[in-house]
Design a protein around this ligand. Structure first.
Ligand SMILES: [Zn+2]
Length: 431
């Protein structure tokens, strides 16, 4: 592979530093040098890529991805899609989010057990184009948990794997580990959208011995765990049982925030506020919430509480990450970067803090305890880079339009070249 020199660009390195004019040398699949100014790096024998004055930043990392969800209008419809179509749809979704500037995903569950595993393997083998993917199990729930749509005498399925009691939990987690997942998803908190009204957000939907059993098995095989945990008690269990990725964490009370702060180096929190936002503000009459005003109001209240909770986490230095729960008709794949705007407008983070969370913090979580190799424009890191038309640290909403992403590089390979982008056409036209 010829070395590549990316030049004529602003570098937004993912650490929170202000973008600066610079150049980046990529050797093979890694970043070799990052230099300030123009003409600082030698041009001999390298392929020069003109960045057209745009902003080079690390590819985004989504740590609450559901590429194995199918943009269906309801949870039931997700269970209706046969495995073959489910697999192809997952592969297509992975490509969609890649084209929107996401070069790595940590899955937060897929709708059938092997979807993530198969798609991850296909991408890693170079047979399909897509982001790096940490493969997850489906959400493991107990009866009447989030997504249990069954009725007596009727068959319904959503995205769940049901395990009741420690024995079933151990078997389910072991089975998923055998099938090749990188991490396990447990869902032991309710959800106003997914299990209304029997398993509300503020409720816990598993018993502690079930959680302990699942975590014991996962930890014993070196697997990471992510949990759906909205209720305060559920977040406390995440801390107690070493569950690294805490999804939602919206209803943390003061004591839980204290406990999380004391363990903040061990956890990443992903609120995934966008699904609540669309259900509360754009969902009325849509299948996911229908015309259930009580439900819509409850979701709206959770957004308000989450705004306070996340501001508190920000103050305490707890890592809060954007993205999550895209993969429904109301919140489809490709719209994921809307979450950046929500993080600024609803949760009180600055645009730069939001971008650091979308890159550096995401890269740290993606490592799953191994060496951190993505999430910054930094010598030695893997060359997962995107070039953005404009300055995302001035306006994070730029990242919602994939046409603003002029270049996508993963592992040192260019999948979209700036020469194809409209910025380059504009620059050429002006010359
Ligand atoms: Zn989710």
């Amino acid at each position: 592979m010829t070395n590549k020199l990316l030049t004529n660009l602003m570098v937004l390195d993912g650490t929170g530093k202000k973008p600066y004019p610079g150049e980046v040398l990529v050797q093979g699949n890694r970043i070799k040098k990052v230099a300030k100014g123009k003409g600082a790096l030698a041009r001999d024998g390298v392929e020069v890529i003109d960045g057209c004055g745009a902003t080079l930043m690390p590819g985004m990392v989504n740590c609450h991805s559901h590429v194995g969800y199918f943009d269906t209008a309801t949870l039931w419809q997700m269970g209706e899609l046969p495995p073959e179509e489910s697999t192809l749809t997952t592969l297509r979704n992975a490509r969609t989010v890649f084209d929107h500037g996401f070069t790595a995903l940590v899955s937060a569950a897929c709708a059938k057990p092997r979807l993530d595993v198969v798609v991850r393997n296909e991408i890693n083998a170079g047979r399909a184009v897509g982001p790096r993917l940490r493969a997850c199990s489906p959400q493991i729930i107990a009866t009447a948990g989030n997504g249990d749509a069954r009725q007596l005498h009727m068959h319904h399925q959503t995205f769940e794997l049901i395990a009741d009691g420690p024995i079933e939990m151990r078997r389910t987690v072991r089975t998923m580990i055998r099938e090749g997942v990188d991490l396990i998803k447990l869902s032991f908190s309710g959800d106003d959208i997914g299990s209304y009204p029997h398993g509300l957000s503020a409720m816990v939907t598993m018993c502690e011995d079930e959680i302990a059993a699942g975590c014991e098995v996962a930890h014993s095989r070196g697997k990471w765990i992510a949990a759906h945990a909205r209720a305060s008690q559920a977040i406390r269990w995440c801390i107690k049982y070493g569950i690294q990725i805490i999804h939602h964490a919206t209803l943390a009370d003061e004591g839980t925030l204290d406990a999380l702060e004391a363990a903040k180096d061990k956890h990443w929190v992903v609120p995934a506020i966008g699904i609540l936002y669309v259900c509360a503000h754009e969902g009325e009459g849509q299948d996911i919430v229908g015309n259930n005003v009580a439900l819509i109001n409850a979701i709206d209240r959770e957004i308000e509480v989450a705004g306070k909770t996340m501001r508190e986490m920000r103050k305490r230095g707890i890592r809060v990450l954007p993205f999550g729960d895209y993969g429904f008709a109301i919140n489809p794949h490709g719209a994921d970067a809307r979450e950046l705007e929500h993080m600024v407008n609803l949760l009180g983070f600055t645009p730069m803090e939001t971008l650091v969370a979308a890159t550096k913090f995401g890269g740290e979580a993606f490592a799953l305890g191994g060496p951190v190799e993505i999430g910054e424009v930094r010598p030695g890191y893997l060359a997962d880079l995107i070039l953005v038309d404009g300055d995302p640290s001035a306006d994070v909403s730029l990242l919602q339009d994939k046409d603003n992403i002029l270049m996508i590089m993963k592992d040192g390979t260019v999948f979209k070249s700036p020469a194809e982008g409209r910025r380059a056409r504009r620059v050429v036209a002006a010359e």
